[in-house]
Design a protein around this ligand. Structure first.
Ligand code: PEP
Ligand code: MN
Length: 364
């Protein structure tokens, strides 16, 4: 199912003389000094056009720092006056929207935890009413393109046309080394379905640590994403939220200066295809590992059974039958005999070790 979006192009409402367009600023507004110092530093980086700060922080568990609230909006007004940067905050309910509008916030963003709920999106859209404010919509926590599209479409049908999607990665079992797996095929599919919708990438929440950020933003640019949102803090090690992923303004400047701008490559179809194939490989490997882990569990159960019934671990007849059958099955599917044998030997060796451990386990 596909509907079209009515989108006001980015360049109609945002000064874009530099590429990539960057949104910088801390995960959370903490103090007036932290906000002002960070803003003044990032304002001198040519690519930075927008200043971000979370005022109301959605925290997974209660008791953590939940944001400074309304007073942070005054600090952002001051940022606007003193730096000329546009300012953006996360809104999660109609009250946030009202306050942000009252304080002259330029752009709103909807976070990953809010975007999943159509009621929230509807209420936020209604609170915006006919204010012509741009809204950035993060992807939901779960890798669900339809929910992301649904929120964008809902706001668009309510008359909002200055929309941007933010790719911030997806919660995923086995997501290492990322905090949120990028699953690039999802924003790519969004781009394919809505070619006129700008997508910017938030490498901070994808990576979860600053070391991975440079490669991730290079990749974002190579995939022709339209901009970046990078959490920037004057003193990341003292940050009250997301300290491992924030960079200093100096570090941000350095990272941006090292990016390779390849321009419109004309080869984007190739990059997308490669990305699609790689993500297929990632998924298959994940399944493979899960299956191997499940197999080892069954092997251990057999070990317990053998122990109780006092049977030896190595059952040669069973092993040679199994090897023979698996090789036949593999060869039928185009795998080489040697490969299957090597694989089986390795799996078998691990299985035997697991059963030895079970046998030696002290049950007392
Ligand atoms: C944030 O940008 O600080 C934030 C809370 O992000 P997300 O909604 O992507 O988790
Ligand atoms: Mn954050």
């Amino acid at each position: 199912m596909r509907s079209t979006l009515e989108i006001t192009p980015l360049e109609k409402w945002l000064p874009l003389e530099t590429h990539p367009m960057v949104i910088a600023g801390p995960c959370s507004a903490e103090t007036q000094e932290q906000i002002m110092e960070t803003a003044l530093s990032v304002a001198s980086i040519p690519q930075v056009k927008i200043f971000r700060a979370g005022i109301w922080k959605p925290r997974t568990r209660p008791g953590a720092f939940e944001g400074v609230g309304t007073k942070g909006l005054q600090w952002l007004q001051q940022v606007k006056e003193q730096t000329g940067l546009l300012v953006t905050v996360e809104v999660a309910n109609p009250r946030h929207v009202q306050e942000a509008l009252e304080y002259g916030i330029d752009i709103l963003w909807i976070g990953a935890r809010t975007v999943v709920n159509p009621f929230s999106i509807q209420e936020i859209g209604e609170a915006i009413g006919n204010h012509d404010i741009p809204v950035m919509i993060k992807n939901p926590l779960n890798p669900d393109l339809k929910t992301w599209m649904g929120a964008i479409e809902r706001l668009n049908r309510m008359g909002l046309t200055k929309l941007i999607a933010i790719h911030r990665g997806f919660s995923f079992f086995n997501r290492s080394p990322y905090r949120n797996a990028p699953m690039w095929e999802i924003p790519i599919e969004l781009k394919r379905l809505y070619p006129n919708l700008p997508i910017i990438v938030d490498p901070s929440h994808i990576c979860g640590n600053r070391e991975l950020i440079p490669d991730t933003i290079q990749k974002a640019l190579d995939l022709e994403m339209n901009g970046l949102m990078i959490e920037t803090h004057i003193n990341p090690s003292k940050a009250l939220t997301d300290k491992n992923q924030q960079v200093t303004p100096g570090h941000l400047r350095e990272i941006l200066s090292k990016l390779v701008l390849r321009g419109e490559s004309g080869n984007i179809e190739f990059s997308y295809k490669l990305e699609e194939l790689r993500s297929e490989i990632d998924k298959l490997d994940e399944e493979l590992i899960e299956i191997l882990a499940r197999r080892m569990k069954v092997v251990e159960e057999i070990g317990t059974y053998k122990k109780v019934n006092k049977i030896t671990i190595l059952q040669l007849k069973r092993w040679s039958q199994l090897t023979h059958d698996r090789i036949q099955a593999g060869v039928k599917l185009g795998l080489s005999r040697e490969f299957i044998l090597r694989l089986l030997e390795s799996v078998h060796e691990e299985g035997i070790q697991r059963q030895i451990d079970v046998m030696n386990r002290d049950e007392s």
